[in-house]
Design a protein around this ligand. Structure first.
Ligand SMILES: Nc1ncnc2c1ncn2[C@@H]1O[C@H](COP(=O)(O)OP(=O)(O)O)[C@@H](O)[C@H]1O
Ligand SMILES: [Mg+2]
Length: 252
């Protein structure tokens, strides 16, 4: 059965789709069978980020409404043969129940190792639908106050779901600002949100021109966390040495 992980944030534009797509690529590169499922109805873009937007005939709503079988809605990535995209619908005001989407993912689950669920910003129906389909969550925030406030609300809401694990990705970290003490460190953000730190991703304009990248170390480390080859970041014993060690690791 696939592990179903929802990537969520509260605020938009903090990197949910980037994290989802890149985690999917890294897991697939390690040979895992991965579905990247876009549940951000209306603002769907994970197929674009993965470069497969012209390859899908059906989307997840077609599967829910019976116009195709669940498998027919999957698009196999031309470059990563164990990576599949399940596109979302372009219509945002369509009512699709969480149970219906869950059923589709449960049908697909036995043949895959991971189902990564990209979710919409906000905490309304679309958030609920995405989280209700998952067993684990990854909360993405940037070090900006507005993003952290929204992440804090989401962290609180995630407690009301039966999730086996919630992790934190602090994205768009500028190490120069961290070193000068001008922004909170990822550790401090993790403490404030009371969510264990899973990954730190620096701000990297050059890398993200392509959106999906093979070579970016933080996403390799994040995938390693999910495949068990790397322990959870927050379990490291000494806070200070842990952070200074990671600063080095962030530079490829
Ligand atoms: N670590 C990063 N460094 C630089 N740009 C990033 C980083 N993470 C995401 N971005 C960029 O920020 C924008 C928003 O990211 P996206 O993943 O679409 O956010 P969300 O899905 O949360 O709305 C995109 O243009 C993306 O390429
Ligand atoms: Mg997005």
């Amino acid at each position: 059965m696939a592990r179903k992980i929802v990537i969520t944030s509260g605020k938009g534009g903090v990197g949910k789709t980037t994290v989802t797509a890149n985690l999917g690529v890294q897991l697939a590169k390690s040979g895992y069978r991965v579905i990247v499922c876009d549940l951000d109805f209306g603002l769907n873009n994970i197929d674009v980020v993965l470069g497969v937007e012209n390859l899908s005939t059906f989307d997840v709503v077609d599967a829910v409404e019976g116009r195709c079988r669940p498998k027919q809605a999957l698009v196999r990535h031309p470059r990563y043969p164990t990576l599949y995209s399940l596109a979302s619908n372009r219509i945002s005001d369509r009512y699709v129940s969480p149970q219906a989407v869950r059923l589709i993912l449960d049908t697909l689950s036995p043949q895959y190792d991971f189902i990564l669920i990209d979710s919409p910003a906000g905490i309304d129906e679309g958030f609920h639908r995405a989280v209700a389909c998952a067993e684990e969550a990854l909360l993405v925030t940037t070090p900006h106050i507005s993003a952290m406030r929204d992440a804090s609300r989401v962290a609180g809401m995630l407690k009301s779901y039966r999730l086996s694990r919630v992790g934190l990705v602090v994205n768009m970290v500028r190490n120069d600002l961290v070193r000068r003490g001008e922004i909170l460190t990822p550790e401090e953000i993790s403490d404030a949100l009371k969510v264990p730190l899973t990954a730190i991703v620096p701000e990297e304009d050059r890398i993200f021109l392509d959106n999906v990248t093979d070579r970016f170390r933080p996403f390799r480390l994040l995938a390693g966390f999910y495949t068990g080859s790397r322990p959870m970041a927050a379990q490291e014993p000494k806070k200070k040495s842990f952070w200074s060690g990671l600063v080095g690791a962030l530079h490829r």
